[in-house]
Design a protein around this ligand. Structure first.
Ligand SMILES: *[C@@H]1O[C@H](CO)[C@@H](O)[C@H](O)[C@H]1NC(C)=O
Ligand SMILES: *[C@@H]1O[C@H](CO)[C@@H](O)[C@H](O)[C@H]1NC(C)=O
Length: 239
């Protein structure tokens, strides 16, 4: 109860920072627009990179760079923990499509970005046939990461609320950099291992990436939820 009152107060305050107006980079579409999907796609293209910088007045954190903190990949064969994880590149995304059904409250957002995950890593275990061990700096460079988010929404107290979502991923390629593999003691082995994991990126990513990618989408959805909470649905979509 108290929390709810507190949150409402914070959001009222936050919204008043915009004097009840949407940020100027948001161009609302009209529900009766026969090309509603295209209109929203355009609006997202226009607003995306600004939104990705975050809206501090609304408590909306930046999506680029996105600070993900600690990510434990939780693979049974490989202990791998990323710390101080930072994801860059999401702000320069390309919208492939946006589809909304305002009757059923379902939407699908499909976008692609070149994304780099940088972190400190600590790793010990097995990658395919190789034993691998090290701690240092890691980079995972993903070319054309395609994220599809399907979500359901409802209008509650005049605001859109995302009730559930599903996410899917594809990518063209991923490449890796790990400094200080094997404690920096065997450069030849480290280079061979790195060449091998670059070549086998597809299988490696299946082992290593699901947790990080889920976390990226979760953060996107969280920030969008804050945005929906800050502005009435009627302002975000005109009649
Ligand atoms: C990602 O980078 C590749 C190669 O550099 C480029 O062809 C592609 O258009 C980029 N994708 C996006 C979504 O910017
Ligand atoms: C793996 O790919 C990264 C990124 O393209 C590159 O910098 C690195 O040199 C590659 N490593 C090897 C050993 O090929």
């Amino acid at each position: 109860m108290h929390t709810q009152v507190y949150i409402s107060a914070v959001l009222c305050f936050a919204a008043s920072a915009f004097a009840g107006n949407l940020p100027s980079f948001i161009q609302p579409c009209s529900k009766s627009d026969p090309n509603l999907n295209q209109c929203i796609q355009k609006a997202i293209e226009v607003a995306g990179s600004k939104f990705a910088k975050g809206i501090p007045e609304l408590g909306i954190a930046p999506l680029d760079p996105m600070e993900l903190g600690t990510v434990d990949v939780e693979n049974p064969a490989l202990n791998l923990v990323f710390t101080d994880t930072v994801v860059t590149g999401l702000g320069d995304f390309r919208v492939n499509s946006f589809k909304i059904n305002t009757e059923t409250g379902k939407a699908v957002f499909d976008f692609t970005a070149n994304v780099t995950l940088s972190a400190n890593y600590n790793m010990d275990g097995q990658v395919l046939i190789l034993s691998i061990k090290g701690d240092g700096q890691a980079k995972i460079i993903i070319t054309n990461l395609n994220i599809v988010i399907k979500y359901d929404y409802e209008t509650k107290d005049g605001h859109w609320v995302v009730t559930k979502y599903k996410d899917n991923y594809k990518m063209d390629k991923a490449q890796f950099k790990f400094t200080n593999l094997f404690g920096g003691k065997n450069k030849e082995l480290a280079d061979t291992t790195l060449a091998f994991i670059n070549e086998s990126w597809e299988i490696i990513m299946q082992d290593v990436s699901p947790k990080s990618l889920k976390k990226i989408t979760k953060r996107n959805v969280e920030e969008i939820k804050k945005f929906f909470a800050a502005f009435p649905a009627m302002e975000l979509m005109l009649p």
